[in-house]
Ligand binder design. Sequence first.
Ligand SMILES: [Zn+2]
Length: 295
Amino acid sequence: MSAENYRFNVGSFECIVVRDGTFAYPYPAKNVFINYFVNAPRDRLRQVLGEHNLDPEQWEQYVSPYFSLLINTGQRRVLVDTGAGGLAPTTGRLISNLQAEGVSPGDIDTVILTHGHPDHIGGNIDSEGKPAFPNARYVMWKDEWVFWTSEPNLAGLKISEHGREILITAAHDNLLPIQDQLDLIDHETEIVPGIKAVAAPGHTPGHTAVAVVSDSEQLLYISDTVLHPIHLEQPEWYSAVAINPEEVVTTRRRLLNGAAAEKALVLASHFPFPGLGHVIQKGKVFQWKPFETKN
Ligand SMILES: [Zn+2]
C-alpha cells in the first residue's frame, strides 16, 4: 500500500481512501473558523474551539485534506468523487495514487459524484478536457446536475463574488464533458450491488451520501454533510457555502442518528486523513470518534 492511501475492508469489499492532495483555504473573512461555523454565536464558538485546543486567533488559513474512495466489490470498481484536479498545485494526485494501487483510469466502471463542488468533481476530466475515466458511467443526483449545469444563483452564500465564480466555472468545466457517460438518479437507489445512494441535501441541492454494505458490515460516506468534527457536537452550525442551511441541519441529524444507531463506519470528506471514524450519540448531539488506523 502506498503511504498516500489507506486500505480497509467493508465485509468482502476492498476499500481504499485515495489521497488527491490538500487545499489551504484562504477565506475572505480573516478568521477561517467563522466560515466553517458562520451562524455560531461568537462567544460560544470561542468556547467550543477552546475545548478542542484550537486558538480562534490563529486560524487564518485552514488546510483541508482532499481524497476519494475506491471500492472494489469483486465484480465492480467504483470510485466515489474525483478530487480537485488542477484546482491548486497541491491537488490532482488522484490518478497517480490510483496507479500506485495498480488501478488505471480505464479500470473504473462507476464514478459516483456526491455533489458538484470543485473538490469532488475536479478530476472528472483529463488535461484534454475528456472524461478521465473512459469506461465509467458517472452517477449523480438529478437535482445536483440541473442546479450546477444551469446558471445557479449563489447570491445567498456568504462568500466572495470571486468564490462564486470559481464554483460555477469548475462545475461547468467538469460536468458538461461527462454528459455522454452520465446516469442521473432522482431517488435513493442501489447503484451497484451493495452500494446505495442516500439523499443528503442541504450542503448543495442534490448532495448525496453513499452507503456501502457487505457481509453485514457497513460504511457510510457522508461527504460534506459535516466539514469539521465540531459539526457533530454543534449540528446547527453550518458553513458559508451551505446552499440550504435548514436542510443541512435536518440531513445531519438523520444521517448521524442512523450512523450512531447502526454503529456504521463513517467516512467524512474533509476530516483528518483517512477521514474514517464512528459517530457517538450524546443526547441530542453527537461526537466523532476517529477510527484507529493500522498505519
Ligand atoms: Zn468538499
